[in-house]
Design a protein around this ligand. Sequence first.
Ligand SMILES: Cc1cc2nc3c(=O)[nH]c(=O)nc-3n(C[C@H](O)[C@H](O)[C@H](O)COP(=O)(O)OP(=O)(O)OC[C@H]3O[C@@H](n4cnc5c(N)ncnc54)[C@H](O)[C@@H]3O)c2cc1C
Length: 392
Amino acid sequence: MGETQDGEAHDAVIVGGGPVGLCLAVLLAQLGVGVVVLEARPERLRHSRSIGIHPPGQRVLARAGVADEVAAQAVRIAEGSARTLGPQGRSREVARLLLHPSVLAVPQWRTEEALEARLDRLAPGALRRGTRAGGLARGPGGAVVRCEDGVTVAGRWIVAADGARSPLRAALQWDRGLPVRERRLADSYVMGDFADETGDGALAVLHLEPGGIVESFPLPGGVRRWVARTDRLWVDPTPRGLARLVAERTGARPDPSTCTMLSAFAVTERLAGRMVLGRVLLVGDAAHEVSPIGGQGMTLGWLDAEAFAPLIAADVRAARSGRASAWPELWAAAERERLASAALAARQARLNMTLGRPMPPGAMAARNALLRGVYRIPGAAGLTAQRFTMQG
Ligand SMILES: Cc1cc2nc3c(=O)[nH]c(=O)nc-3n(C[C@H](O)[C@H](O)[C@H](O)COP(=O)(O)OP(=O)(O)OC[C@H]3O[C@@H](n4cnc5c(N)ncnc54)[C@H](O)[C@@H]3O)c2cc1C
């Protein structure tokens, strides 16, 4: 257990109060671990950001005691449709996937709100907003996080849940170095949330078009998220620009005046070679940033939390009772499993992106005909749905 300069003691200090840091904090607090979460942002962002919660993510939210609350605010996506524009400009279905169990779609801030409220009930005041961690050093009985306001916070365990750019991960170069494999991929996208006038209800739709894929997903409150592949990163995206692109490729006409969120991004993949360095742990995007296409990042991070929380809790219990608590084989097995899971998600996301790249119309028609044939094979659609929903 570590000491802060004002005399508080913490079993675990989590840097980053995003969805993964908050979820891990809840799981640890439920297991009796004294936890504090340092979050740089004074207020929660109210952007929809990551929306898709796959079945394994729902399982972790259930463990954290917030599944019902999150589900009550979500749209349940039980089917996906792949479409293409036919010769008369009419949309035709290439394949339909049944998603069972279904995927939840809910704005990220709502999920974070539920986790934050749960944490506050279990460990009032554990989340410290407006506290930016600036560095990391070895400390007595663990490590010490230096905050930018000059305060140092010590913990038996330090967890970097500080996102894809992870300042803590950078600070970890104190050791033999932490290998991070970074790839900048050739794919870029623009996405935005608009009033849903498609009539597609709770259906997720992939438009496989020669100019590049357009995806659309339902959100609560009659909103639909549109994501379109672009041939280069849009530096200055506008709702009108995205609406025009969607209309050109799919025939659907989102109304730019209803746009509530807009973002353009290029895809970078970053996979750390290790997640456990002594008693410093990396989780979520700090350990593995995968392409948002496929929407697996948040669920991956929650699975890290589910894997490591019991190990941290067991170590803390052992330390409290003066017992040795290394269990290196358990830690190594958990780390191996989580790194392999991240690598699989990264490969799946690359495959998803390949499917969405532009193609000459003739090649696209042939590819779509092939897909149509493949999905008629009994079991093929089910297997694909399993991979899309992180169950394979
Ligand atoms: C466009 C887009 C769409 C996506 N859609 C999905 C989806 O549908 N489903 C899905 O599963 N995933 C999705 N993802 C991925 C998902 O957003 C991330 O994987 C997820 O947010 C990672 O959570 P995290 O808690 O690890 O990191 P973050 O969400 O990045 O949270 C990190 C937190 O750490 C804080 N922080 C950073 N530095 C410091 C510091 N020095 N001190 C204190 N605090 C600090 C930040 O303020 C932030 O709150 C999407 C990503 C993008 C970009």
